[in-house]
Design a protein around this ligand. Structure first.
Ligand code: UDP
Ligand code: MG
Length: 310
């Protein structure tokens, strides 16, 4: 097998046929042996029935059907666990990532790169909220991590089987694949593209999924928030110790003190808020440690036609 394509699918019934058609054309143009691995991430629509029907007509169509919705990164991970191609492509099912770009990515890979990712120049058809939060997030993340995670890049990419093998060995449960791939290193490069509108349907990434994903990226690759809390703790304590000295001085030496309700409230509320934030940040790290310690399987497969085990 030369190329394996991994396609996470969550409620994409109106996109599957078009995607299959365009991917097949690309693969025929490349003249390589290939498989298309659809991972159905607990869709509530007809997606899995369509995929199974396709797989009956086309032997290169493989599927992994989850028992429920486990999330986009986990769906891709399941695909990575089972693919055997020399090169592995990750692509969205909604045609926001044009399949035709795979040709250029594959050719670039032949120049001696292990990873070729697709960097978004423009993104059409997405809300200003999504564009703005994504922009700020990617820049923040690249500032606070020690590795360089490329900005404005999703998971659309092609990579060598060697990279996939290393990814399988990485034990973390909270996956942030684009960061993990940067962390692995080797020769990585990119091509630029204009991200398209969704062909049909609506985004499966709700705000809460986006937030969790962003926190997975930060906590997985940076201890900066914890350090900020520590520094802040020192600064506040330093300030507090001066105020304490002054309070003692006012009480015992100058004897010039007021029953100071307002100042007391301000200090208590401020310290209370800071402590709350600090505990919350620690909690984010702790809950992820907890997930790793529980060590549950990442996903449950209901049904698959992929038999080669790793
Ligand atoms: N997806 C998934 N599980 C989810 C949400 C999304 O497998 O819980 C898939 C979805 O079908 C698509 C890809 O992940 O192929 C990207 O999702 P989406 O297009 O909804 O996100 P957006 O492009 O809006 O960020
Ligand atoms: Mg999309």
């Amino acid at each position: 097998m030369e190329i394996s394509v991994i396609i996470p699918v969550y409620n994409e019934e109106d996109n599957i046929h078009m995607l299959h058609k365009r991917l097949s054309e690309v693969m025929q143009q490349l003249e390589v042996s290939y498989e298309l691995v659809f991972v159905n991430d607990g869709s509530q629509d007809n997606s899995i029935a369509l995929i199974k029907a396709l797989s009956k007509q086309h032997p290169e169509v493989r599927y992994i059907d989850f028992s429920r919705n486990f999330g986009h990164q986990i769906a891709v991970t399941a695909g990575l666990d089972k693919t055997s191609g020399n090169a592995v492509v990750i692509i969205d099912a909604d045609l926001q990532d044009p399949p035709e770009l795979i040709i250029e990515m594959y050719q670039k890979m032949q120049e001696g790169y292990q990873v070729v990712y697709a960097k978004r120049k423009k993104r059409s058809g997405e809300s200003w909220f999504k564009l703005w939060t994504a922009k700020v997030f990617y820049r923040l993340l690249s500032r606070i991590t020690s590795i360089s995670i490329p900005v404005d890049t999703g998971d659309f990419r092609i990579m060598d089987q060697k990279i996939v093998e290393i990814l399988r060995e990485m034990p973390e449960k909270n996956k942030y694949l684009r960061g993990q791939i940067s962390w692995i290193g080797f020769n990585q490069t990119y091509i630029e593209y204009d991200r398209q509108q969704r062909n049909s349907g609506e985004t499966g990434y709700t705000v809460s999924k986006m937030l969790r994903f962003a926190l997975d990226g930060i906590t997985g690759f940076s201890d900066f928030p914890l350090k900020v809390v520590t520094y802040f703790g020192f600064i506040v304590s330093l300030f507090a110790s001066f105020v304490m000295l002054y309070a003692l001085y006012a009480r015992f030496i100058s004897q010039d003190y007021q029953p100071g309700w307002a100042s007391l409230m301000v200090v208590i509320l401020f310290i209370g808020g800071v402590q709350m934030i600090a505990i919350g940040i620690i909690g984010e790290y702790l809950s992820r440690m907890n997930t790793n310690i529980r060590n549950r399987p990442l996903y449950i497969v209901r049904d698959t036609n992929l038999d080669h085990e790793d």
